[in-house]
Design a protein around this ligand. Structure first.
Ligand code: AMP
Length: 548
């Protein structure tokens, strides 16, 4: 075939920060830090520190492909690592601090992380996991000398600020194959052990380009972006990459995620755009309602990770003048799959007419192909009524999990095309708007974080009085979903709700313990003897969880 005569340049993450430095060098990165202060830097400064960190990584023997972990809030130091670690050809592994220490240690060992950078907040967590993490050779505290903790159990801790300031800022980002791995994020959104999603430079750059487009997140050099979504949850939905690409100012809230702190930061930094799961917005909106406040500059927010309640969309738009972009995606999708933005035909529609469209999860970004299929794999029509398993494919969608030892998750259709089964059930209307109606995967999503129903069930049946147990999601006004445990007792055995809930102590994180227990005589079973969760969800649709 005739080859193009265009330049061959690999799509590398380092190109984003080089671009920001050269073309938007004075755009700001503002961070509220764990130490209590507010830090201000520019892209030029951030780039300089990323180069210094690249030299520092070399000093401790971090080489290409090595995994480097972070346990950190959203902030400039975390962003420096995004560019330094991936830029040298190593893999940035962001850890979720909300998991149990044993789960975090399992993930660190599975990824074979060589170094772990952490915020001061997480020192107790690090002390708990350090003896279990066999591969970590260096522990780095993301702080300065004045705030360095005394932690004799951890041995020789590195102080990030001391270390970085001792480095030369002369460093040239290497060029390598754009398919090289760049970052790693584990998801517990499936059954069994957490699974690693290994992103690459190419997939990240393509996702960054597509996500910034007007009908996706619509971001530009005139925006001030505040990612509430954590940098340990799918790279803060890509915002630390998009901001330098478009030259936007970026504002990081650090650990300060309550309504008051967020509101003050939105106002003081003139934020125009934010992103997060529905739960965080409840805190912000409640604070604003109680204090009769309005936004001066905020005009758009992307809400996803869980279904955005229609009342929240209305409140943001009608009362606060903030356009809501409902979005859907997954860790396995880098994460953006769909955004709910309008088409030409909607321009004449009234706000009231447009609302039902916005309740949907939206239409696919260029780069994401999707279809819905029935249980036999036959494609279903796009009529907004037929619903089935949602399958996706595209260059920023996972093809296999990292070192899972299991078969790749993809399925092939009759044309031999490979698709990733999302585990979501949805319909798609004639205009291509997708709406999630259910989930076929056995998990519960509470406040944007996963709870494995299998794990909850296994603990229940380990109780001597329990014969069978099933855990399903029950609707909750604040957390969207909370676990409800449904139990069949053994004949002549007795166990109370309180006994069962006490049985979870120390076995899962406190926020993963079910909110309620329902006792039944039998569970509905399918032909293969599997518990029919869909029947149970139907049966307990009206279940009211106790108010805590
Ligand atoms: P995660 O990998 O943690 O980002 O979770 C991805 C899953 O969260 C999806 O497969 C859905 O089940 C759920 N999810 C994400 N966004 C939405 C949304 N807008 N509406 C409903 N569910 C969502």
């Amino acid at each position: 075939m005739l080859q193009s005569l265009m330049m061959q340049m690999p799509l590398l993450i380092s190109s984003l920060i080089e671009h920001a430095d050269r073309h938007h060098g004075d755009a700001e990165i503002v961070s509220r830090r764990v130490e209590g202060d507010t830090h201000r830097a520019t892209y030029t400064e951030l780039h300089r520190r990323a180069r210094q960190m690249a030299n520092a990584l070399g000093e401790i023997g971090i080489a290409r492909d090595h995994r480097v972990a972070t346990l950190a809030w959203n902030g400039h130091r975390h962003m420096e690592l995004y560019f330094a670690v991936s830029g040298v050809g190593s893999v940035l592994h962001t850890l979720n601090p909300r998991l149990l220490p044993e789960q975090i240690a399992w993930i660190v060992n599975h990824a074979e992380d060589r170094a772990l950078f952490f915020d001061l907040t997480f020192l107790p967590l690090i002390e708990a996991i350090a003896p279990l993490c066999k591969t970590v050779k260096r522990w780095v505290v993301l702080t300065d000398r004045a705030h360095m903790p005394a932690a004799p159990k951890l041995g020789d801790l590195l102080c990030y600020e001391d270390w970085i300031s001792a480095q030369s800022d002369r460093f040239t980002w290497p060029h390598f194959d754009e398919n090289t791995a760049s970052s790693l994020c584990y998801t517990s959104g499936t059954t069994g052990h957490p699974k690693g999603v290994l992103y690459g430079h190419r997939s990240t750059i393509l996702h960054t380009l597509a996500s910034a487009l007007p009908d996706a997140l619509n971001l530009s050099a005139r925006d001030v972006i505040l990612p509430v979504v954590p940098m340990f949850h799918v790279n803060a939905w890509g915002l630390p990459y998009i901001a330098p690409m478009v030259g936007a100012k970026i504002v990081y809230p650090g650990p300060h995620l309550d309504g008051k702190s967020l509101y003050e930061l939105f106002e003081s930094e003139k934020v125009t755009f934010s992103a997060g799961v529905p739960t965080v917005w409840q805190g912000l909106l409640a604070f604003m309602e109680a204090n009769e406040l309005k936004f001066s500059t905020m005009n758009r927010t992307v809400i996803g990770g869980s279904a955005c309640p229609p009342a929240m969309i209305k409140l943001f738009q009608d009362k606060y003048g903030v356009q809501v972009v409902h979005a859907w995606g997954m860790t396995e999708m880098s994460p953006l799959g769909t955004t709910c933005t309008f088409k030409q035909k909607h321009t004449e529609w009234s706000a009231e007419q447009k609302l039902p469209v916005q309740f949907k999860q939206g239409r696919a970004l260029y780069g994401v192909d999707m279809k819905i299929v029935d249980d036999e794999g036959a494609e279903l029509p796009w009529d907004g009524v037929a619903f089935g398993n949602l399958l996706v494919r595209g260059p920023w969608i996972v093809r296999d999990y990292y070192g899972s030892g299991e078969a790749a998750p993809l399925i092939s259709d009759e044309q031999g095309k490979a698709w990733f089964p999302t585990g979501d059930v949805s319909n798609i209307d004639a205009d291509g708007y997708m709406q999630i109606t259910d989930r076929s995967k056995d998990v519960i999503k509470s406040g944007g974080e996963w709870i494995s129903s299998i794990e909850i069930e296994n603990i229940a049946v380990s109780h001597p009085a329990v014969q069978m147990a099933a855990c399903i999601a029950a609707a909750h006004p604040k957390w969207d979903e909370r676990p409800l445990l449904i139990v069949v007792r053994k004949p002549n055995a007795s166990v109370s709700r309180e006994d069962l809930l006490a049985h979870y102590e120390g076995k899962v994180a406190r926020w993963q313990v079910p909110d309620d227990v329902a006792f039944v005589d039998a569970l509905p079973l399918g032909a293969t003897g599997k518990i029919l969760k869909s029947k149970l969800r139907e049966q307990f649709r009206e279940h009211r969880l106790p108010v805590t």
